[in-house]
Design a protein around this ligand. Structure first.
Ligand SMILES: [Zn+2]
Length: 326
């Protein structure tokens, strides 16, 4: 339920809009492209980042026929002018819709929306619903504003009303400027970002006020579940700081949202299954990126889980998250 896909060709949005470090692609050799952020090299990607056929082949090797695809978080562009971000989001969403239309047995898509403008975001949510999208992917913060801030509430309210699932993916990692070495924004920042998003949505009362809204958090919820003891203890010992907007203890939310399985660690996954239940963990890979689970859940098959639990993790839970109905 967690893979990333781009169009093979992107318009040069910086030229189109006349500003900004929008991502563009330079196809410098067959099967590979450089993602450029303005003039700066961001990352090299291969054809499995854009070719639906290549991806289907790589997935079949692991007996996995269906991928939930969404854009790469660097494309969110929440920093852009809202109307331009809407324009970019619609381009990416139309592309994803086309992939689903071409390969309906292999792809399910999550849209992207301009989170920095609630009205435009809701307008695109309604369009996505009409196009048949079951949900959206959003960042863990929006220009460093936390997801529990009141300005985002109407967006979540619209997701609940339209019955769209929400995938929260870490991006614009906190502290990035202070820890550029050792890939720390990815190794330290990303798990912290996801925990930040979950805490903000819980403490800010979003999950409480929208009980039918279905959230799923990337990378097994980041550091949220492993540090829930500390978070709950903080809620108990300093309610004056923590319980100011929502009196419900954070532990009560375990089992109310979904997470993916991308832990790279069977012991941690076993713990998470115990804490949130085997109905809330979905096979998620972060394919095709190197930090992803590129053997598509093989380590889960080696965990001696029951067949019923494996079936839940491998597809039933993702369908329940996307379509409701438990
Ligand atoms: Zn990802």
């Amino acid at each position: 339920m967690h893979t990333h896909l781009l169009p093979e060709r992107l318009p040069n949005f910086a030229d189109k809009f006349g500003y900004g470090d929008f991502i563009h692609l330079v196809h410098h050799r067959p099967g590979f492209a450089r993602m450029m952020k303005g003039d700066t090299f961001f990352r090299e990607i291969a054809s499995n980042c854009w070719s639906p056929e290549v991806r289907i082949g790589e997935y079949l090797h692991f007996k996995t026929p269906v991928q939930v695809v969404c854009t790469i978080p660097v494309m969110f562009s929440y920093w852009a002018k809202p109307a331009d971000c809407l324009d970019l989001s619609m381009f990416l969403n139309d592309h994803l819709a086309g992939v689903v239309e071409d390969f309906p047995e292999h792809y399910i898509a999550l849209g992207t929306i301009p989170m920095q403008d609630a009205d435009l975001a809701i307008r695109e949510l309604e369009r996505l619903k009409g196009l048949g999208f079951p949900g959206v992917q959003i960042g863990s913060n929006v220009n460093q504003l936390n997801l529990g801030e009141p300005q985002f509430f109407p967006i979540f309210e619209a997701c609940e009303r339209l019955d769209l699932a929400v995938f929260v993916h870490p991006w614009e990692m906190m502290g990035e400027a202070d820890m550029r070495k050792y890939w720390l924004p990815w190794l330290v920042g990303m798990p912290a970002e996801t925990c930040r998003a979950a805490c903000s949505l819980i403490f800010g009362g979003v999950m409480e006020r929208l009980p039918r809204l279905r959230f799923c958090f990337a990378h097994a919820g980041g550091s949220f579940i492993p540090t829930i003891g500390r978070i709950q203890h903080g809620f108990n010992c300093r309610p004056d700081l923590v319980a100011v907007d929502n009196p419900v203890p954070p532990r009560d939310y375990l089992g109310r949202f979904w997470v993916d399985s991308a832990t790279h660690d069977p012991q941690l996954l076993r713990y998470i299954l115990e804490v949130v239940g085997d109905e809330k963990v979905c096979l998620g890979t972060d394919y095709p990126f190197p930090l992803g689970d590129l053997e598509i859940g093989s380590f889960i098959e080696d965990m001696n889980l029951s067949q019923a639990t494996l079936e839940r993790i491998f597809y039933k839970n993702t369908l329940a998250w996307l379509h409701g109905g438990g």
